[in-house]
Design a protein around this ligand. Structure first.
Ligand SMILES: *Cc1c(COP(=O)(O)O)cnc(C)c1O
Length: 424
C-alpha cells in the first residue's frame, strides 16, 4: 500500500491541509468511493501462499524489502488500511518519515518508553508532565529498575548534568521525555537543550532518544523534529481527534527511531482500531481550520481576560513580553500560541468553584483540544495527586482554572466567561 502519492503540482509541494482529504488513499481500491471505507476486519486474504510468506519476511525483518515492495496487509494488529492512511497523513504535519497510531496517548507514550528503556536506565523527564506519564515514571518504571529524574523550565544543561551524576551515578541515560508547553502552567521546555544533553550521553552503539509530547501545540503550532527531537508523541484524543469523541495516540519520527516503537506496538498490541483510525482521518481534514480558529478565539479571550479585574496571573503564550525569560525560546520553538489559557480568580478553591459552576456554555470537564470549550480546576482535578509543595513550586494554586478554547463564536465565549467571573 505504500505507493508514492502525488503531493505536488508542477514540482511545488502541497501543504498538509490540502493533502488531508486524499493523500495515501486511492478510490480505485474501493469501488470509486471518495472516502476511504472502514476496513473493519481482523485479517487479510493472501492471493497465494508465496505472497503470504513474502509479507511475513518483510514484516518480521527476516529480509530487506525489495525496491518498491511495501509491507503487505497481514493482520490488523500489524497494519490495516485505515491505520496506514492515517499514519501517512499524520507524518506530513511533523515532517516525519514514519508514524504509528495507538489506542491512546498513554499507549503511545508507554510503548515508546518500553521500546527504549532497559533495567538500570535513567529516564530524564520535564516537569510538570501529564498526570498519567508522571505516574508511569514515578510508580511503574521504578518497579522495573528504571530511575526517573525530573527537571523543569528553570534548569540548564549544567544543573541537569549535576543532578544526573549525583542522583544516578554511573547509570545509563535511556531516554529524555519532554512535554512542552507544560500543563497547566504553559511553561516552555527547550527541546534543543534536551537534544544537547542526549548527544552528550550518546555513543556509537547507544543513541539517547529525545521524545517530545507535542499534544498542546502540535502539529500545527510546534514541530519538535525541527528542533532536535527524535520522536514526537501525541494524545490524539485532544486536538488531532478534536471532537471529544475518541481516545487515541500517535508516535512519529525517522524510520530508524520508529522501528523499535513499531515493533513494540506489534507485540504489546497497543495499536488503534480501524473505526477510531477512520474517525481520525475525518478529524485531520479540519485540523488546520480548527486549531487556527481555536487560537484566534484564544487571542480574543485572553485580551478580554487581561483587562478583567477578577483575573489574576493570566497564563497565555500569546502574552509573553519581550522581557519575559521564555520569550526567546517561544519565538524560536513555537509557531503560534495555541488555545490553552489558565488564570487565577480570587477566593481560592471556593472562588474557582463559583466561576466553574456559573459557566453556562463552556462545559466543566477535563480533557482539551475539542471543538467545544472546556474548563476545569487543576488543583482538585487533573493535578489532584500532585503534592502540595510541588503544586506551589509549579504555580498550581487553589484559585487556578484552566480553559481549553473551542471553535464557538468568540463573543459568546466572552459573554459566558464574563458572566461567570461576575459570580466570583
Ligand atoms: C491527555 C494527554 C495524554 C494522555 O493521552 P490519552 O489519550 O488520554 O491516553 C498525554 N499527554 C498529554 C499532554 C495529554 O494532554
Amino acid at each position: 500500500m505504500c505507493a508514492k502519492w502525488d503531493d505536488s503540482i508542477e514540482g511545488r509541494r502541497l501543504h498538509p491541509e490540502s493533502l488531508m482529504m486524499s493523500y495515501g488513499y486511492n478510490p480505485a481500491w474501493s469501488e470509486g468511493s471518495l472516502k476511504s471505507p472502514i476496513f473493519q476486519t481482523s485479517t487479510f486474504v493472501f492471493e497465494t501462499a508465496e505472497e503470504g510468506k513474502a509479507f511475513f519476511e518483510v514484516a518480521y525483518g527476516l529480509r530487506e524489502a525489495n525496491e518498491g515492495e511495501g509491507i503487505g496487509l497481514i493482520y490488523s494488529r500489524l497494519n490495516n488500511p485505515d491505520l496506514e492512511i492515517l499514519e501517512d497523513r499524520l507524518s506530513l504535519w511533523d515532517g516525519a518519515e514514519m508514524a504509528a497510531a495507538f489506542k491512546s496517548g498513554m499507549a503511545a507514550i508507554s510503548t515508546t518508553l518500553w521500546a527504549y528503556l532497559r533495567p538500570g536506565d535513567v529516564l530524564l523527564y520535564s516537569r510538570p508532565i501529564y498526570g498519567g506519564t508522571d505516574h508511569l515514571a514515578n510508580y511503574v518504571l521504578p518497579e522495573f529498575d528504571i530511575t526517573p529524574i525530573a527537571f523543569d523550565c528553570r534548569d540548564t544543561v549544567e544543573s541537569i548534568e549535576a543532578r544526573l551524576s549525583s542522583e544516578a551515578p554511573g547509570k545509563r541515560l535511556g531516554l529524555i521525555l519532554i512535554e512542552t508547553p507544560a500543563n497547566p502552567t504553559n511553561d516552555l521546555i527547550d527541546i534543543a537543550m534536551g537534544a544537547e544533553i542526549a548527544s552528550r550521553h550518546s555513543s556509537d552503539d547507544h543513541r539517547v532518544p529525545v521524545a517530545v509530547d507535542n499534544t498542546f501545540l502540535g502539529p500545527v503550532f510546534q514541530r519538535p523534529l525541527d528542533h532536535g527531537a527524535d520522536i514526537v508523541l501525541y494524545s490524539a484524543t485532544k486536538f488531532i481527534g478534536g471532537h471529544s469523541d475518541l481516545i487515541a495516540g500517535a508516535a512519529l519520527g525517522s524510520e530508524k527511531m520508529m522501528a523499535p516503537v513499531r515493533a513494540m506496538r506489534t507485540f504489546l498490541g497497543t495499536m488503534v482500531g480501524p473505526w477510531t483510525g477512520w474517525l481520525l482521518l475525518r478529524s485531520l481534514e479540519t485540523l488546520h481550520l480548527r486549531m487556527n480558529r481555536q487560537a484566534e478565539n484564544a487571542t480574543r479571550i485572553a485580551a478580554f481576560l487581561r483587562e478583567h479585574p477578577k483575573v489574576i496571573n493570566l497564563r497565555y503564550l500569546g502574552h509573553l513580553d519581550a522581557d519575559h525569560p521564555q520569550f526567546d525560546l517561544y519565538k524560536r520553538q513555537c509557531l503560534g500560541s495555541g488555545s490553552m489559557i489558565s488564570f487565577e480568580v480570587p477566593g481560592g478553591e471556593a472562588g474557582a468553584f463559583r466561576f466553574l459552576n456559573a459557566l453556562k456554555m463552556v462545559h466543566l470537564a477535563v480533557s482539551l483540544g475539542g471543538t467545544e470549550s472546556l474548563a476545569e480546576h487543576p488543583a482538585s482535578m487533573t493535578h489532584a495527586d500532585v503534592g502540595r509543595e510541588e503544586k506551589d513550586r509549579l504555580g498550581v494554586t487553589e484559585g487556578l482554572v484552566r480553559v481549553s478554547i473551542g471553535v464557538e463564536h468568540p463573543d459568546d465565549l466572552i459573554l459566558d466567561l464574563g458572566q461567570a467571573l461576575n459570580a466570583v
